[in-house]
Ligand binder design. Sequence first.
Ligand code: PFF
Length: 447
Amino acid sequence: MIKKLKSHGTWIGKWTFILAATGSAVGLGNIWGFPYKAGTNGGGAFVLIYLLCIVMIGVPIMISEIIIGRRAGNSPINAMKRTALDSNSSSLWQFVGWSGITAGVLILSFYSVIAGICLNYIFIAASSNEFLSSSEQFGSVIESPANLLFWHSVFMLLTFLIVSAGVKNGIGRMVKILMPMLGALLIFMVIYAIFNGAFIKALSFLFAPDFSSVTSETFLSAMGQAFFSLSLGMGSIMAYGAYMPKDQKVVPTSFTVASLDTLVAMLAGLAIFPIIFAFNLEPNSGPGLVFVSMLSAFNQMQFGQLIGPIFFILLSIAALSSSISLLEPGVAFLSEEGYLSRKNSALAISLFAWSLGIGTALSFNTLSGFELISGKNFLDSLDFIANQILLPFGGMMIAIFVGWFMKKELIINEIGYVNLIIYKLWRFFIKFIAPTSVALIFISQIF
Ligand code: PFF
């Protein structure tokens, strides 16, 4: 039997869940991952494959996570345990929750260091530096442990403050402020890029389909990106699902979140690449794209000291609304078990993730030669363990659990009324397509 656990409350209105889940999904992955992958992997051909992955794997797993979370109203560990017991399966299924929470804390530790650099860049972009090139400037930012640790601490403190304030008054209230801001800033950046950048060139880079560059690698890359981008496999969506009102429909809500996430990824490409091409810079991905190429463009353009900070505020907001969803599952678990109050749970986990983040901050400078996994520095090792192993593992297990072990009545009760064809398609995808596809990504990334 499972003991009675403390409740965390429910969000009011259907938009809070949609904003919170979209906030979790929209993050650095959308802004510096998707546009580059699309542009260099066949443009429209990649986008098409990506959309298929979202519909056939992403949305079915998202629906499953929400069903499990909302039914239980608890953290991913207890939600998995309770649903497994109610389905006459082993309580060992709770390990899916444990693996998710571990992944969340690992990702949070390095996400916060990188998001800290985004915060730092709001100020760097506001003041032009004529003596350093943008790559020298990036070098000077990452070679100082004190600087990285300072901004890492600021970002972690913000994450802690929001999560410790609670589900309704912290996360719920903040996403209602952050997400509209993110939307407005993104639309502003796209309009700016339409009028001032090489827009047509960017459109063709992102969307002109080139099927000749599609290989099996393209499928794996699209699938991995879809998975990471929707924040699946680590319990964030399951934890947020626990606070979703009972009368909200799971299937249309999941489609809304996935569509918003995809829209933001595409708009991010239309905000960034016109500017990159207008200044004859090379398309790039990750930190090099935003901290070097974009900064160089801002340094050269008119009003760059205004547009630059706006861009980095956008990036920081996207990161913050994702980081709170990385912290929440663990905090929900510690506080519902009654070990610690919500505030102290948030303090304990964010302090732990903060300490782990020191390793990431130092992996840019003094500890750059240290390898946790052979051939990978500290940051790359954590990234590998969390994103390449724990997330796909969690996602695959959730699909297998819902597809093969969870009792049908429990599913039907939670999913509510849904068109029979859509229901049958979802069952088919979750039983067969999602587990095998994720297993493929899993195997291909390890070997
Ligand atoms: N979805 C986020 C992004 O695209 O950047 C990253 C992420 C956040 C992954 C939260 C997993 C997660 F639980």
